[in-house]
Design a protein around this ligand. Sequence first.
Ligand SMILES: C[S@@+](CC[C@H](N)C(=O)[O-])C[C@H]1O[C@@H](n2cnc3c(N)ncnc32)[C@H](O)[C@@H]1O
Length: 299
Amino acid sequence: MERAVVSIAPVPGSPAVPLVAGLSAGEFERIRRLAHGHFGLDLKSGKQALVTARLRPLLARHGCAGYNDYCDLVDADRSGAALVELADALSTNFTSFLREREHFEYLTGEVAPRLRGRSRIDVWSAASSTGEEPYSVLFTLLDALGEDAPVRILATDISTRALAAVAAATYTAGAVLALPKDWARRYFLRGNGRWEGWYRVKPAFRKRVSSRRFNLIDAPLPETRFSAVLCRNVMIYFDKPAQQQVVMRLADTLEDEGVLFIGHSESLTGVSHGLEYVRPAVYRQPGGGSGTWRRSPGQ
Ligand SMILES: C[S@@+](CC[C@H](N)C(=O)[O-])C[C@H]1O[C@@H](n2cnc3c(N)ncnc32)[C@H](O)[C@@H]1O
């Protein structure tokens, strides 16, 4: 059936106060299915208040009379823009520099030495949020291997709002001055004037991080084989089948002995994969010869 493209630009004159009151069980179920079907998000019952708070501004902006109206708009939008906006609204972007420090110690102590001397080093931050994770990885590897090491980070996320922050690479003085090893001076420029109180990653390091939108559930995988993939603190929002799908897909992008990092509060129990357990929240693609999960030709 031919579907209309619906403009999701703000509607001039749309009411400042939403017309919408509560979210019925049927409406919640409809939103739950949209979020699960498109982004793998598992909106458990009890999340009604969160959904209401996050979607209410969108309903007001589009002048929707209720959540069903809003779902109709998302369903009818062939451009995908409404889904991007929904993902932006529902995603939880909390992150911080050097979050889960054990992973960065492992990068320094175990991963970096194996990569020394390579002509190219690729790492993927697969749910990068606003950039603290990919920049933490970059600075950790440059500390270990030298600033000229050919490290490239791919930062992807489903949220365009988060990705805009990766590209801007501008963080508060509080966050940056708490970083170790003189990172503020080596890797950041200090803002002044209207940027007083902010720090921005120097251009030479910004250009080593490329950002793009990527849905972990179904976007075509990058061709690159990565030495490390970080997919941390996002699978907690997915149900088991979605976790299974994501882990299999990510494992497929790891080079032999490449490492997958997941969040310490996440678990791959009940998820099949061909990776070796290394330590909590760290898995490794076995070296050549062992069983691995690979795309078959033509897939
Ligand atoms: C809580 S943040 C975690 C950020 C970072 N990895 C960390 O551990 O600090 C989760 C991120 O996953 C992203 N996300 C959620 N669903 C996604 C999906 N289906 N595909 C890609 N990213 C997704 C969200 O937009 C959000 O930025």
